[in-house]
Design a binder for this molecule. Structure first.
Ligand code: I22
Ligand code: ZN
Length: 198
């Protein structure tokens, strides 16, 4: 019984990844281009999301500031999910909806990128961060699922929407995690050419 469930998880996850590859290759490639251009111009990437997606933001920032697979200069990426004093002060004084938007207003500059993660596309604080980023003249890269929700409706032609074609949060997060590694690889390839395994 448990073995059957384990097998089902692996199969569902693997099948979704193969299916998503066809649909998401193009928006992921656009996202790499936007991120690389921003970083080349001296701009930075801010990332926000809740729960598992907050962990994804930190994972992404660690790989840019530290490294992914190649030795290179640190790249400026900041997870807006980590400063408990800011999160609790803004959450307590203004409301949880504002915990990321206030940080976008504080740190975001024209030409920066907001990486916004939400499996439902409906997290109010991530939606508010996107609205704040648009006001700051930032580019938006949204990682969503479940049809994209409110975030999908907010996307403009200048933004990139990577919407995982599935309704299950865990499966969507698994594709988000893979996408984050592909973005890191794409940035490294744009910097150095080829790939790390050449
Ligand atoms: O990781 C998981 C579930 O797999 C949870 O922590 C999940 O991220 C949280 O419930 C989030 O609050 C969901 O928000 P969102 O993806 O809809 O924006
Ligand atoms: Zn999770």
């Amino acid at each position: 019984m448990i073995n059957q469930r384990i097998l089902q998880h692996f199969q569902e996850s693997a099948q979704l990844k193969l299916q998503a590859a066809e649909q998401l290759a193009e928006p992921i490639s656009q996202a790499v281009e936007i991120m690389f251009t921003a970083l080349s111009n001296g701009n930075k990437i801010l990332a926000c999301g809740n729960g598992g997606s907050a962990a994804d933001c930190q994972h992404f920032a660690a790989e840019l500031v530290g490294r992914f697979e190649r030795e290179r200069l640190p790249l400026p990426a900041l997870a807006l999910t980590t400063d408990t004093s800011i999160l609790t002060a803004v959450g307590n004084d203004y409301g949880f909806r504002d915990v990321y938007a206030k940080q976008v207003q504080a740190f975001g500059q024209s030409g920066d990128v907001l990486l916004a993660l939400s499996t439902s596309g409906n997290s109010a604080n991530v939606v508010a961060a996107i609205e704040a980023a648009v006001e700051r003249d930032m580019r938006i890269i949204a990682l969503t699922g479940k049809g994209g929700g409110v975030m999908g409706e907010l996307m403009s032609d200048a933004d990139v929407h990577i919407c995982v074609p599935h309704d299950r949060t865990a499966r969507i997060q698994e594709v988000h995690a893979l996408t984050i590694h592909i973005l890191c690889d794409g940035i490294d390839v744009a910097l150095f050419g080829g790939d790390a395994n050449d």
